[in-house]
Design a binder for this molecule. Structure first.
Ligand SMILES: *Cc1c(COP(=O)(O)O)cnc(C)c1O
Length: 424
């Protein structure tokens, strides 16, 4: 199901207007300098405003709508008929094709917005972290389109096995560092302890923040977790909802992968609004046993390793937790977005964590590739695996379910991961 460009949503949806209870605000730790007071230097003014807004609908500026159209939005919602047939499931399966993206993932939805706001606010350079590399590429792309520079701190464990993606970021003009890097104090301190430190998303966030703080022409951008990032991503779920409406259908099970929560949130929040208002819906977040943050504790924790950020009330494994590298490295983060954490705490979101050897997940992705032809990113393979598992359950129970799942990105640059796990 394709939506014409005229049908693209013109507003983002802000779940904060509909939450059953208010979102616990960020807070300062008991000791040390105030992180809350430093927030205006840390985030774009417009993003900070959106972060705490309780307005239900936030207009998308005309220029950002143009950038969305240029990036190929709206994106298709596809009925997985061949997969259904191969599985012999009575369930209907629909996937949202976020992999139709210039850089390969849903991350462009917030990258374009943040880069455009940064340009408008007079900045010249963006600094950021990246895990799987998708966010770094998306921001480098968005910055290039609006005429800004980018500096990217990339988790070393992934940086080292994705040389093509590194070249792709550089093609857009980005400066790329393996993290921890010698370019920041946080990085230097960690390298002293271990010159081959594999890094983590929490560490890379600290490096990006430290970098941007040292240059008034630079601003830090974050690709997940925060409410304004999820807000920008709601374009995914809003389109999907409209597409189901035109099909005369409504899903009863919604599935996506969850690292920090941006693609899951973007896809699910417009439907979670209906669940809050009483509709019977099942939401499943697909995670890895290497980073099952939704099974952690619901408490205040830092968003980064070096404790530069305010504390957020979220499901967390602890901000200095060491997690083993996986091929779906975009899912390897210690905490989950506060908005989704609250909804999980209130019982709206279920979760499954797949074994860290990733054999099950990649085998499911192989079934999907053979039936449908599209290659999911390793992170998106978790969503595919979970959707197929749900369809198998429907087969066992004979239920006529309608399963909607989000495919957050393509895996064109992640073949070494597939080869290693599946022995290709
Ligand atoms: C970043 C990323 C993820 C995980 O991050 P979320 O913020 O949880 O969405 C999943 N899939 C892809 C393709 C990604 O790039």
């Amino acid at each position: 199901m394709n939506l014409p460009v005229e049908e693209m949503p013109t507003h983002w949806y802000n779940i904060q207007a509909d939450l059953p209870e208010p979102l616990p605000p960020p807070k300062d730790p008991p000791t040390g300098p105030s992180r809350l007071k430093a927030l205006p230097e840390m985030l774009l003014s417009e993003c900070l405003r959106q972060e705490t807004s309780t307005e239900r609908w936030i207009p998308i500026p005309e220029e950002i709508l143009d950038l969305y159209a240029q990036a190929g939005r709206p994106r298709p919602l596809i009925r997985a008929r061949r997969l259904e047939k191969a599985l012999k499931t009575p369930a209907k399966m629909y996937y949202k094709a976020e992999f139709y993206s210039p850089t390969g993932s849903h991350k462009v939805n917030t990258a374009l917005a943040q880069a455009w706001y940064a340009k408008r606010e007079g900045y010249e350079r963006l600094a950021t972290e990246t895990g799987a590399g998708q966010w770094g590429t998306a921001l480098a792309y968005a910055a290039s389109l609006v005429g800004l520079k980018t500096t990217i701190y990339w988790v070393r464990a992934v940086h080292d096995w994705k040389p093509e993606r590194r070249a792709f970021m550089r093609l857009y003009g980005a400066e790329v560092h393996a993290s921890p890097s010698p370019a920041t104090k946080v990085g230097r301190d960690l390298l002293k302890k271990d010159p081959k430190h594999p890094g983590s998303l929490g560490i890379a966030v600290s490096e990006g923040l430290e970098d941007a703080r040292g240059d008034e022409k630079a601003i830090y951008c974050l690709g997940s977790v925060l409410s304004h990032v999820l807000l920008h991503q709601t374009i995914i779920g809003l389109e999907t909802k409209r597409q189901f409406e035109l099909l005369g259908e409504y899903p009863d099970t919604l599935v996506s992968s969850l690292g920090g929560g941006s693609n899951f949130g973007g896809f699910a929040l417009p439907f979670l609004a209906d669940a809050i208002h009483g509709k019977e819906l099942r939401f499943v977040a697909a995670q890895s046993e290497a980073a099952p943050n939704l099974q952690g504790e619901y408490r205040y924790d830092f968003a980064d390793h070096a404790e530069l950020t305010p504390m957020l009330k979220m499901y967390t494994l602890g901000h200095t937790k060491e997690m083993r590298p996986i091929k779906g490295d975009g899912l390897r983060y210690h905490g989950c977005a506060p908005v989704l954490s609250l909804l999980r705490h209130l019982g709206y979101i279920d979760t499954i964590a797949y074994p860290a050897d990733e054999k099950h997940v990649f085998s499911r992705a192989r079934q999907f590739v053979r039936a449908e032809g599209f290659l999911p990113a390793p992170e998106s393979a978790y969503s595919v695996a979970c959707a197929i598992d749900e369809a198998e359950k429907a087969k066992d129970s004979g239920e006529k379910k309608t399963i909607a799942f989000n495919i957050s990105g393509h895996g064109f640059m992640d073949m070494p991961g597939y080869s290693e796990v599946l022995g290709l």
